[in-house]
Design a protein around this ligand. Structure first.
Ligand code: SF4
Ligand code: SF4
Length: 475
C-alpha cells in the first residue's frame, strides 16, 4: 500500500471520539433537519407510543408482553410461556438472530438508525431536549466554555433534572415489562422498605439510563453494542449502507473560485463535494462518512439530509451521500440478490415455519401419559381388562384448570383415577402427577397390544389428545 493510501486509512486506527491521549472527545452534533429526519421522527413517535402503551395492553387479562426473569414467567402476545417451552424460546431467539443477520446483510444498519431504542431515546428524546434547552451545537460549546453563572446553572441543572425524570420514567417502563404494571404500581405505592428489591431495581435502572443518555451516549453504540461491532462480519460490498459517492464527490474542492482554478490548473477535475464538512458536523458519532463505511456509523441519515441541502443550494443533484451499496457506488448498478442472501432467507423461512407450527400447535395443557413400566394387565371378575398409567399434566396458563379425561372411540371403556374422583385440579403454572386405570371390555381389544386415544377436556373443550397402548391377553 502506498503512503498516501496508508494515510487515508489512518482514521481506522482510532475512533473519532477519543483523542490521541485517550481522552473522550465530546460530540456536539449540529441539529439535523431534512426529509429523512422528518421520517425518522414519525417512526420514532410511533415506536415510542407502542413501547409505552404495550406495557398497559392486556389480552384475556394477561399483559401483551412480560419478561419476568425472576419468576421465570414469560408472556408473548398474551400467551404464557413456561420453562417447559424453553425450546420455543431458543428457536425464537435463533430466528431473531438469523433475521438480524439477514436483514443486516441486505440493509446494513437500518435497525440502528430507525428502530434501536438506544438511538431513538438518545437522538429523538434526550438530544432534542438538549437542543431545546442549550441550543444548537455552537451554543452548546459556548455554554460549556462559559463560567458557571446563573444562566449556565439553570440550563445545565434544568437539563439534567429533566434527564433524571425521563430516566426514572424509562426505568419504570422497563420494570413494567419485567414484573408487570401491577407489581410496579405496588412498588411505588408502598414505602421502599416494604419492597426493597423492587425499589433498588428502580433506582439502579434509573441511574444506568441517566448515565447512558446524559454522558455515555454514542459510546454505547461504538464500544458496547455487540451488533455494531459485528458489522465487519455482516456487511459485504452489496449491503445497503449510508455511503458517500466518492466517484461523484472527489476531488473535493471548497466553494470558491480560487480553489477551483488552482485545482483545474493542476489538471484535476472538481467533484461535487464542496468540503463544507456539514456531513461531519451533524454526525452524532463524530465521523466523516466520506472516509467510507465505519463501525461508528449508526445509519442515522443526518449526513444524507445535510448534504442534500448543500447540493440543492449549489444546484447539483442530490444524493451525493445516500443509501447505496459499495458496488452500487462503484458501478452505478442496482442492488440484486446474492447467494448469501438466498441461503439466509431459506434458513429464516424454515426456522419461522417450525416456530409458527410449534406455537400454533402448543396447547394450554401439556399432557404425558405412559403405561406404568413393568406392570402387566389385570383381568377383572366382570371380564374387563385393566391397565395402569402414569399421567403428567402441565398447566401453562396463569389460571387453575379443572381437567377431565375421556376415552376416544371406546364408549364402554372407563377411566378410574387413583386417589381422586373424576376431575383433576391442575393449579396455574404447576405440574400435576398421578396414576389411573383404564378398563376396557375384552371384545374391544385387538390382541395383546391395542392403541387408544385419551382426550383431555376442560369443561367441554378438548385441550389435548394423547395416544397410548393398552395391553391385553392374546385372542
Ligand atoms: S455517518 Fe451519517 S449516517 Fe452515519 S452516524 Fe454519522 S451522520 Fe449518521
Ligand atoms: S455535506 Fe456533502 S458537500 Fe459538504 S462535505 Fe459533506 S459530502 Fe461534501
Amino acid at each position: 500500500m502506498d503512503t498516501s493510501r496508508q494515510n487515508e486509512q489512518l482514521y481506522r486506527d482510532s475512533i473519532s471520539t477519543v483523542d490521541k491521549d485517550g481522552k473522550r472527545v465530546w460530540v456536539y452534533p449540529k441539529k439535523p433537519k431534512g426529509k429523512l429526519h422528518r421520517g425518522r421522527v414519525i417512526v420514532s413517535v410511533i415506536l415510542l407510543f407502542l413501547l409505552f402503551s404495550g406495557a398497559f395492553i392486556k389480552v384475556n387479562g394477561m399483559p401483551l408482553f412480560l419478561f419476568n426473569l425472576f419468576e421465570r414467567k414469560f408472556i408473548l402476545f398474551g400467551m404464557a410461556f413456561w420453562p417447559q417451552d424453553f425450546f420455543i424460546f431458543v428457536l425464537a431467539m435463533i430466528a431473531f438472530v438469523v433475521f438480524i443477520i439477514l436483514f443486516t446483510v441486505i440493509y446494513g444498519r437500518v435497525w440502528c438508525g430507525w428502530a434501536c431504542p438506544q438511538t431513538i431515546f438518545m437522538e429523538m428524546v434526550f438530544r432534542k431536549i438538549e437542543y431545546w434547552i442549550e441550543g444548537d451545537a455552537n451554543q452548546q460549546r459556548k455554554l460549556k466554555a462559559s463560567p458557571w453563572n446563573r444562566q449556565k446553572i439553570l440550563k445545565k441543572g434544568g437539563k439534567h433534572l429533566i434527564f433524571g425524570l425521563l430516566s426514572l420514567l424509562i426505568s419504570h417502563l422497563l420494570m413494567a415489562y419485567l414484573v408487570g404494571v401491577e407489581e410496579v404500581k405496588e412498588i411505588i405505592s408502598r414505602p421502599p422498605t416494604e419492597n426493597l428489591t423492587g425499589f433498588i431495581g428502580l433506582v439502579v435502572f434509573t441511574g444506568i439510563f441517566y448515565w447512558v443518555f446524559a454522558f455515555f451516549r454514542e459510546q454505547a453504540c461504538i464500544a458496547v453494542c455487540p451488533y455494531g461491532r459485528l458489522q465487519g462480519v455482516f456487511l459485504d460490498k452489496k449491503s445497503i449502507v449510508v455511503a458517500y459517492d466518492y466517484l461523484r464527490g472527489e476531488k473535493r474542492v471548497k466553494l470558491n473560485k480560487k480553489a477551483k482554478v488552482s485545482l483545474e490548473a493542476s489538471g484535476e477535475k472538481a467533484g461535487d463535494c464542496v468540503d463544507c464538512s456539514l456531513c461531519v458536523q451533524v454526525c452524532p458519532t463524530g465521523i466523516d462518512i466520506r472516509n467510507g463505511t465505519q463501525l461508528e456509523c449508526v445509519n442515522c441519515t443526518a449526513c444524507i439530509d445535510a448534504c442534500d441541502q448543500v447540493m440543492e443550494k449549489i444546484g447539483r443533484p442530490k444524493k451525493l451521500i445516500r443509501y447505496d451499496s459499495l458496488i452500487g457506488i462503484e458501478t452505478a448498478k442496482k442492488w440484486t440478490f446474492n447467494p448469501r442472501i438466498v441461503a439466509y432467507t431459506s434458513i429464516l423461512v424454515l426456522i419461522l415455519s417450525v416456530l409458527t407450527y410449534l406455537i400454533a400447535s402448543r396447547s394450554d395443557i401439556e399432557t404425558t401419559i405412559q403405561r406404568v413400566p413393568g406392570m402387566l394387565y389385570q383381568e377383572q371378575e366382570n371380564g374387563q381388562i385393566s391397565n395402569l398409567y402414569n399421567i403428567q399434566l402441565v398447566n401453562k396458563t396463569f389460571q387453575d384448570k379443572i381437567i377431565r379425561l375421556q376415552l376416544k372411540n371406546h364408549p364402554d371403556g372407563t377411566i378410574r383415577q387413583v386417589g381422586s374422583e373424576g376431575e383433576i385440579l391442575v393449579k396455574a403454572g404447576e405440574l400435576f402427577t398421578g396414576v389411573f386405570f383404564i378398563e376396557l371390555p375384552k371384545k374391544e381389544l385387538n390382541g395383546m397390544k391395542s392403541s387408544l386415544t385419551i382426550q383431555v377436556y376442560q369443561e367441554n373443550e378438548i385441550m389435548d389428545e394423547v395416544n397410548t397402548n393398552f395391553m391385553g391377553p392374546a385372542n
